[in-house]
Design a protein around this ligand. Structure first.
Ligand code: ATP
Ligand code: ATP
Ligand code: MG
Ligand code: MG
Lengths: 165, 156, 156, 165
């Protein structure tokens, strides 16, 4: 499966609709401190079904909706869309292209869509889990993961082997 | 389940032993089970010897050496169980320039099987990418993304 | 004792509010006691608003913004209670180049009262030092120290 | 008080006697990963009386003696000497120059000297404590300290104010 594009609209610092097209090979992302690079990573985790608000650096899930700035008022919803090339059918969805979308409104209402079809959080989570891209897979690696390997007792490192096994 | 754990562990241990000298430009490393008789509860020991150094406790390694050893283990896992895409968020912050270069070269070896998205501040990593995006906040507090010309990486 | 704590806290809070906009090139920050009525057990809250951004939970700040805020607090403490010498071991690893430059300029403002020894990988910090030592391992596993010509910093 | 020089001999990766003279102002230290920069910092903490082996990344205090390399055998002792300009008498020692030295032998024997006089660990520790340079002062700041400020609960940050107060 290949990641085709990511669209972020109202998620954290991405007040305006923003699209990133991933080519083949290695895509680099650079920018100053606080510009939104890790927010981008969290947008991917969120649309794939991340439910731990703490792991998204917030305290309530609404914290991930654009809260306003010096020049802009807060937004009322956050929306992230991830599009995959699925010709090899790595994702258990009978379609050459798979689009996963997640929305959250300030009143707490949530929406999950796969190729435009309204589904539930668990359908999205399972879609990725069945393809080996669940929350314990190495799809997202940050400095915290790197330090955890060393900080932990030998017993705590088991999960690295257990999860993919 | 125990069988799968042991099989997986053995494969990752082989990969780890292979990748380490490539990442460090030399040296040796291995993984060991703290309690091979108890596969259900055993921990995983990391034994690492950077080039030219005597084998010592892992704790005595430098900040950068620990980071590179952990990155090596993660790449060994990816070798055994590839993922279709992988986002790396500034994992190489504590590496010096020589180690960043080896790390970035390594990414290039994997990129046929894994689509990497690398968030980085480091020039060495930027030099190895196929496309580059810059995130900035022209308007304060609002992120915007710009596709950057790969020649631009020479400048920063 | 409680009086000393409160007096010290107040001074550090003033310094923190002053230093923050200098470190960040703008913005506001303050320190607050979580329980001003219980000075023996109260915690210390950090409220930080980088330039142009809306005031939000501290947890939502970026890695670099958190590091710079912590560095700001440490410098506020040094302002109130100077130490004769201070060794900084790679504290600015997650800062981008612009923030490193402000940090290094700040070191220069303090150096009359505090002798700084700064271990760094960053060019911006190297540009502000008065003398430079390079540590290397010509012979593997053995550290040697060499006084470097300050013009050499242009090269690395 | 001004730091004049640091001499390291047999401490961790410093197999050969090494001297660093600190000028006024800012002294920069650079070098590749694993070259010995943090070891240098730990040498300063050790000679000032650091007793926590864990904080020196070891498990037994002997871990800080040069353990040998590809080309060298292990050494039998570690020695660090720190020299201060004490004209302002910040250190409670009636001498314009104060030299503090610490030695550790593989058999566990330890020596502490101030200006050549054999004393005990607590004399060295108190010398620095009385000058406001004890283990809770901000004489050594690393990435760990920076992260701890944020990682901790508000209550855990008290020590930053309590100690110097
Ligand atoms: N809901 C929100 N609304 C508006 N801004 C937000 C929201 N949540 C977080 N932010 C802002 O996003 C910024 C953090 O962005 P991010 O962590 O992506 O930075 P970064 O580019 O990874 O920086 P660094 O290089 O320091 O890691 C913070 O300044 C924070 O204030
Ligand atoms: N007792 C010892 N004998 C010999 N070498 C040792 C001893 N203790 C530690 N070392 C070596 O010292 C090195 C660590 O050095 P140090 O932590 O000072 O590096 P550094 O320059 O700070 O690197 P980084 O930039 O990665 O932080 C390790 O490679 C370790 O093996
Ligand atoms: Mg980040
Ligand atoms: Mg170090």
């Amino acid at each position: 499966m290949v990641l085709k594009s990511l669209q972020i609209n109202g998620f954290k610092s991405f007040a305006d609709k923003t699209t990133i097209d991933f080519g083949t090979g290695i895509t680099g992302v650079i920018g100053p401190n606080g510009s939104g690079k890790s927010n981008l990573t969290e947008a991917v985790r969120w649309v794939m079904g991340e439910q731990s608000v703490k792991s998204l650096r917030g305290e309530r899930m609404q914290d991930i909706i654009f809260a306003g700035s010096d020049t802009r008022p807060p937004l009322s919803r956050a929306e992230v869309t991830l599009t995959f090339d699925n010709k090899k059918r790595d994702l258990n969805w009978d379609h050459d292209e798979v689009t996963v979308q997640r929305r959250l409104f300030r009143d707490g209402e949530s929406e999950f869509l796969i190729n435009g079809r309204k589904l539930r959080l668990k359908d999205v989570a399972n879609l990725f889990l069945d393809a080996g891209l669940g929350r314990h897979s190495l799809t997202i690696i940050s400095q915290g993961n790197v330090e955890a390997i060393f900080g932990n007792k030998p017993e705590a490192r088991r999960f690295l082997i257990e999860e993919p096994a | 389940v125990i069988q799968r754990f042991k099989a997986m562990f053995d494969q990752v241990a082989v990969a780890f032993g292979d990748v380490f000298p490539q990442m460090f430009g030399g040296g040796h490393a291995k993984l060991a089970l703290t309690d091979p008789a108890d596969l259900l509860n055993t921990g995983i020991e990391i034994i690492a010897q950077p080039p030219g150094k005597r084998l010592q406790r892992l704790s005595l390694l430098s900040g950068g050496e620990k980071a590179l050893t952990a990155i090596t283990l993660l790449f060994a896992l990816l070798k055994v169980k590839p993922v279709p895409f992988c986002i790396l968020d500034e994992v190489e912050a504590s590496l010096d320039d020589a180690n960043v270069e080896r790390f970035a070269t390594f990414l290039n070896q994997y990129d046929a099987q894994t689509q990497f998205i690398v968030i980085t501040h480091r020039k060495g990593t930027m030099m190895q990418v196929n496309q580059l995006y810059g995130i900035s906040m022209q308007e304060s507090g609002v992120s915007t993304v710009l596709a950057l010309d790969l020649k631009a990486k020479e400048v920063s």
